[in-house]
Design a protein around this ligand. Structure first.
Ligand code: SIN
Length: 523
């Protein structure tokens, strides 16, 4: 690797992305390999830092990895891969221990733990048969995990020579992967000054997160534009399950989407239509704690019957002091908006939250391209199937980030390619009418969102075929790259949604049978 002042042009392992999966992969790989970690924004800009609910793990006395696996498989609507789920749930408690060892301060039981019970407070969320969600700072779990892992990365980056060396570069995006004879040999990186650098790497780990920015309403941060998934696709990696995009049922309605954690329903909040009637007990016996796809769809259906106006999240029974103590971040945001949720209901709407699909990986994070690994939301490990179980995403990042980091370091040791740095594949962004980001997001929200039909998807596909990304803006070199990623991924998602003609999990077709009727939902 070159010196720390100039931009490195080689590394044994290149890691792209700085959420829980990328930081874990980089830390693990740096035990035995020289690692370059790059991230498009600042280190803490990704979705991990926004995660409220927590991290699921079978750590309670009445819980077990088998029970956690059963809930995960059931939420996934039969499309999870059993071996991946088994690994997730069995390795989960050790991955949580490792976060604790890095200094993550999970919230503890207020009155001390019962004998045989871990010291940590365990919350309940939708479709979990046990209280098994660890949280930190009440509703700031992702922020606390990010803080602790970043501190570990900074410490590791102070090690100067040899294996264990970890360099970090912020404001650096992946433009494309470098390929020779079907093998990935690093990436072409783009700095926010517009400079491109080809970095040669024996193994590359993508941990670039999801693409919530595909949709007009999302809980994701602005950086979530799916650049890693799109680059992997352009290089020829197999993608899978792209039709399964999870919509969170309860984002604050209004111009600024803000997540209202599922844990609020775990504490007893209920959803009501605009006339104040609960509608979920008629949809599913688990009511507000049914799997996320069921709740989000029911919310969308009720909103259709009330001309698109939001439904109401009623948390008043929880009480002011508990709301403030358990959900301090949400409480602060609502108070800034003038909403006292201990006295009044909160208007909520679904929003794009998590992509179950992504780059197909094996259990060690290996993709279908030699030299390329993926972990976290951009990867499709098979643990989520058609609908992710709440709070399994941070867990997946921790478990499979470590696996991918380990495997990438091992692969880099066997890298014997000594040729020149290859050129990246080029895609042709020309032709068609340029779209604005907002137009694309509106199209995806209205035509490929929660409730889909074949004819509307066909129309969306035709419209997308005739579009191209806007020309590069010299003031912001990332925008054109992001728009290209979003357009590639929008086309792929719509194509996969057209091809799956039955409803399953988060992919719901109104033109196939068995749509639950919500006409008589009053109770
Ligand atoms: C939430 O807090 O509701 C989100 C947690 C998750 O997406 O798993």
């Amino acid at each position: 690797m070159t010196g720390t002042d100039s931009f490195p042009t080689a590394a044994q392992v290149l890691v792209v992305g700085s959420g829980i999966a990328g930081l874990t992969a980089a830390l693990r790989a740096s035990r035995t390999a020289e690692v370059l970690l790059v991230t498009k924004g600042a280190l803490a800009d990704g979705a991990t830092a926004c995660a409220q609910g927590g991290i699921a793990g079978a750590v309670g006395p009445e819980d077990s990895p088998a029970l956690h696996a059963r809930d995960t498989m059931e939420a996934g609507a039969g499309l999870c891969e059993a071996e991946a789920v088994r690994l997730l749930c069995e390795e989960g408690p050790a991955a949580i221990d490792s976060l604790i060892a890095h200094g993550v301060a999970f919230d503890r039981e207020r009155s001390g733990a019962a004998p045989g019970h871990p010291p940590y407070a365990l919350g309940l969320e939708g479709a979990h048969g046990r209280a098994r969600i660890l949280h930190a700072g009440g509703d700031a779990t992702g922020g606390e995990i990010q803080r602790a892992l970043l501190r570990a990365v900074v410490q590791a980056s102070r090690t100067l020579d040899g294996p264990g060396r970890l360099l970090v570069r912020e404001r650096t995006a992946l433009a494309d992967l470098l390929l020779r004879s079907g093998r990935v040999l690093g990436g072409e990186l783009l700095g926010d000054d517009g400079r491109r650098t080809r970095v040669r790497a024996g193994a590359t780990v993508l941990a670039t997160g999801g693409a919530g920015q595909l949709f007009a309403h999302t809980t994701n941060p602005a950086v979530a534009t799916g650049d890693g998934i799109a680059a992997a696709w352009r290089a020829g990696a197999e993608l899978e399950d792209l039709e399964f995009y999870q919509f969170h049922p309860t984002a604050l309605a209004g111009p600024e989407s803000f997540l209202i954690s599922e844990a609020v329903r775990g504490e007893g909040a209920v959803l009501r239509d605009e006339r104040g009637r609960r509608f979920l007990p008629a949809v599913d016996p688990r009511a507000e704690l049914a799997p996320r796809d069921v709740v989000a769809r029911a919310v969308a259906e009720v909103m259709r019957t009330q001309s698109g106006r939001p439904v109401l999240l009623d948390a008043t029974a929880i009480g002011r002091s508990r709301l403030r103590e358990r959900f301090p971040s949400i409480d602060a945001v609502l108070r800034r908006q003038g909403i006292d949720w201990s006295r009044t209901s909160v208007p909520v709407t679904p929003a794009a939250h998590y992509w179950m699909g992504g780059i197909r990986t094996a259990l060690d994070g290996a993709t279908t391209l030699p030299g390329l690994f993926a972990a976290g939301e951009c990867a499709r490990t098979g643990v989520h199937g058609a609908n992710r179980l709440a709070s399994n995403s941070l867990l997946e990042g921790a478990v499979f980030g470590a696996r991918a980091g380990e495997a990438a370091a091992a692969a880099a040791r066997h890298d014997d390619d000594s040729g020149d740095v290859p050129r990246p594949p080029r895609s042709d962004p020309s032709g068609g009418t340029a779209f604005t980001r907002g137009e694309l997001q509106d199209l995806m929200w209205s035509r490929a969102g929660l409730l889909r039909t074949g004819s509307v998807l066909e129309a969306a596909a035709r419209e997308l075929a005739d579009r191209r990304a806007a020309a590069p803006d010299s003031r912001d070199p990332f925008t054109a790259l992001e728009d290209r990623s979003l357009l590639d991924l929008a086309r792929l998602l719509v194509d996969r949604a057209r091809a799956r003609t039955v409803s399953v999990g988060a992919h719901h077709r109104l033109d196939t049978p068995a749509v639950p009727s919500l006409e008589d939902h009053a109770c």
